[in-house]
Design a protein around this ligand. Sequence first.
Ligand code: GLN
Length: 470
Amino acid sequence: MSLHPFVTVTELRQGLASGEYSAVELTQYFLNEIRRQQPTSNAFITVDEQGSLNAAAAADAQIAEGQAGALTGIPMAHKDVFCTNNVLTTCGSRMLENFVAPYDATVVHNLQSAGMVCLGKTNMDEFAMGSSNENSAFGPVANPWHAKHVPGGSSGGSAAAVGSGQIPVATGTDTGGSIRQPAAFCGITGLKPTYGRVSRYGMVAFASSLDQGGLFAHTAQDIALVLGSMAGFDAKDSTSAQRQDNWLEEIAQLGIPQTPTNLKIGLPAEYFQAMSDTQQLDDVRQTLENLGHTCVEVALPNTQMAIPAYYVVAGAEASTNLSRYDGVRFGHRCENPQSLEDLYQRSRSEGFGEEVKRRILTGTYALSVGYFDAYYLQAQKIRRLISDDFSNVFGQVDLLLTPTAPGPAFAAGALKQDPVAMYQQDKFTVPASLAGLPALSMPCGFKQGLPLGAQLIGPAYREDLVLGLA
Ligand code: GLN
């Protein structure tokens, strides 16, 4: 059997329903693709051959009994930040190199219950800190369009796996851009839902007030189908949103029912002014206007302060979240500790990589007595101003259109020695994260042979609008 590399969930669903192939054959096909591409791509940390073939056989039995749901037998992969019972969860770190969680994350549980078949866990920047996947303890990932360029990060493995046809759909997490930027770099679609839409239970924590699980696929339609089963209130996550959005159940069965018409779309001046070349975005604008939507310029005046505020807040939360890796309860433990202090110090020094240490140090500094008011408190105030900017424009427009990243995928190694330049990669994705809003990146053309992404940002809980327009 042979499938085209951009095959969609919607097409696979038809193939399974018509009996063109079985779920086991489909799983074998994608396992082969992973095996064939892994030596150059390195998109996976763990491949679960036996587990996935067993799950596929169970899916075939369900299909034969006429019990199949919309996603039964569809192959997928999880970013290695989601805990999976019986399968390694490394979070891209030496610290968790041998960690097997005793339970499934809610996201893992939900998609498994919907009949999806998980083929493995994808590569990522250590603890989701990075924009290039060069911070993984398991090696870098190649961009599917150019092997010497980065796939973006931190969900680089998921984005590259989907972009190169190793898997049709994959989960990711986005704290400041980790779904949208790699989606743009790999030429696919990626959605970060509203904060609270997808459960964080069993998702290894980086910055808890920002972390949100989401999806990569070739189309917004595919993302809608899977999101319908993945999202929803979870009593095990205290920040999970308790909402009754009937369209969520609808998209789980049918995908997006209809494309929104006559929208008013805002183009934030601050984002466009920061770009040297907006040709592809101008084309998107033209397409939207041809479809009958209206585009207007809007202002988000506090945009420039987003990056400094984000790196203070995210670092502070990371420094507290990562204090649990102390060499005592789980994770890496050093050999022959001489004292408790020595155990902490060496376990953490050996287990964490350079970028993670940088975040812990700067985050701890920002939270220290004497510096708290100057850094952390200021950053929280800026976060509120940025949130208010969005609330103001959503009184005037339905959605926002922006670039996803400053340019196409950069060359491997180009920014690795310059953390501040690396952080600037996130300048168009971080504001929506600070405000907790749903945002999506969709492909919008090429530059120098590499794909570019356009970002749509919506009001809170309006993933239906964002996905519908995309
Ligand atoms: N690149 C950003 C960072 O390093 C965002 C990461 C993310 O969204 N997980 O913090």
